[in-house]
Design a protein around this ligand. Structure first.
Ligand code: FES
Length: 146
């Protein structure tokens, strides 16, 4: 009789232990998956199509996505197209075009770049990385600078 009770108790302890282990695992696993992001290979995008040249207004800037990173396409008041990585070289904020200044501006710490991407005032230590811009059949394409 005592052996049968012990056997039943061990079985119940075994079930309870397994349930607790599964419960803890169901909580810890999603937390670990959240904290450790999946490995995604660096984008292999080499060129993207932005759209029709006629749809890009003069004296404007637009943010686009190049792989996993943002870029900025600027059409100057004279109609020239310029594109850069849109990540400020100071502390990685996203820059924007300021038509009132005709400059690329970073709102985080008032960093300023000219339309060649050169850092001209504020804390940014280096110029923005440029992209190549091509127009083919009235479509605008942006590619990595080789
Ligand atoms: S992050 Fe752009 S100026 Fe500081």
């Amino acid at each position: 009789m005592g052996g049968k009770n012990r056997s039943r108790r061990s079985f119940l302890n075994y079930l309870l232990g397994g349930g607790v282990t599964a419960w803890v695992g169901s909580i810890i696993y999603p937390v670990i998956r959240y904290l450790v992001p999946p490995k995604i290979a660096e984008s292999t995008v080499s060129s993207i199509k932005i759209g029709k040249l006629d749809d890009i207004p003069l004296d404007s800037g637009q943010i686009f996505k190049f792989g996993r990173k943002p870029g900025i396409l600027i059409r100057t008041p004279e109609g020239e197209l310029k594109a850069f990585h849109a990540i400020c070289t100071h502390l990685d904020c996203i820059v924007q075009y300021r038509p009132d200044m005709e400059r690329i501006w970073c709102a985080c710490h008032n960093g300023v770049y000219d339309l060649q991407g050169r850092n001209v005032s504020g804390p940014p230590p280096t110029p923005l990385d440029p992209f190549d811009v091509r127009i083919k059949n009235d479509e605008v394409f942006i590619s990595r600078r080789s």
